[in-house]
Design a protein around this ligand. Sequence first.
Ligand code: IMP
Ligand code: MG
Length: 213
Amino acid sequence: MRKIILCLGILVMATASLNAGSDEQKSLENEKYKNILNQAEQLYSKEDMHKALDKMALEITEKLENKNPIFVCVLNGAIVPMGQLMTRLDFPLQIDYIHATRYGGKINGGDLKILAKPKSSFEDRVVVLVEDIIDTGKTLKSVIEYCYAQGAKEVLTASLVDKLGTRTEDGLEKVDFVGLEIPNKFIIGFGMDYEKYFRNLDGIYVMPENEIF
Ligand code: IMP
Ligand code: MG
C-alpha cells in the first residue's frame, strides 16, 4: 500500500513539474512575440488599411457588380482582408475558400497541393481569388490554373498587398485589384504572419530583421 502511495506521489509531482515547464515555455514565447512587436516599425496604420480596402472595393464594384462572382479566400493569410473587403461590397456575390500549398518551389499545376477544396462549383463562373500578399506570384498562378481546370469562365485576383521587385518569371505577373504596394521587406499584420503570429494586427508592420530566422 505504501509503495502505491509513493508511486502516485511521484507521478503527481512529475506531472506538476512538466506542466510548470510548459507554462514557462508559453510565457517565454509570449515575451518573444511581444518583444518582436515592440521593435516592429509600423508601415501602414489602421486608417491606411481602411482607405486601401475602400479603394479596392470601389474598383471591384465597378468591374464586377453585374457578374455574380464567387470570391475565394486563399487561406490562411487572406482571412482578415477577405472579411473586411466583403462587407464593403453590396452586390450579389458568393464566398468560398481554398487552402493550398506548393511543393518544392516548382510552379506548374501538379506542384500544388490542395489542403481544403472550395465547395462551390466554378463551372462557367467568374472567380475572384483574394490574397493577403503577392510575393513571387507562384502560389496565385498555381491556384488560378486550378480554378480554370475546375471550369471557371474567368479568374481574377485581388491582393491586399503587392510586394514590389520580387516576382519570378514563373509567377503571376499582374494582380487585378491591389490595395497597397510595399518594398521588398518581410511584413506582418492584417492577415500576414511570422511563425503563425501577428495575423491579428490592425495595421502593417515591418518584421525587425534581427528577429528573422
Ligand atoms: P508567393 O507564392 O511567393 O507569391 O507567396 C505568397 C505567400 O507567401 C503569401 O500569400 C504569404 O502567405 C506569404 N508571404 C510572402 N511574403 C510575405 C511577407 O512579407 N509576410 C508574410 N507572409 C508573406
Ligand atoms: Mg497568402
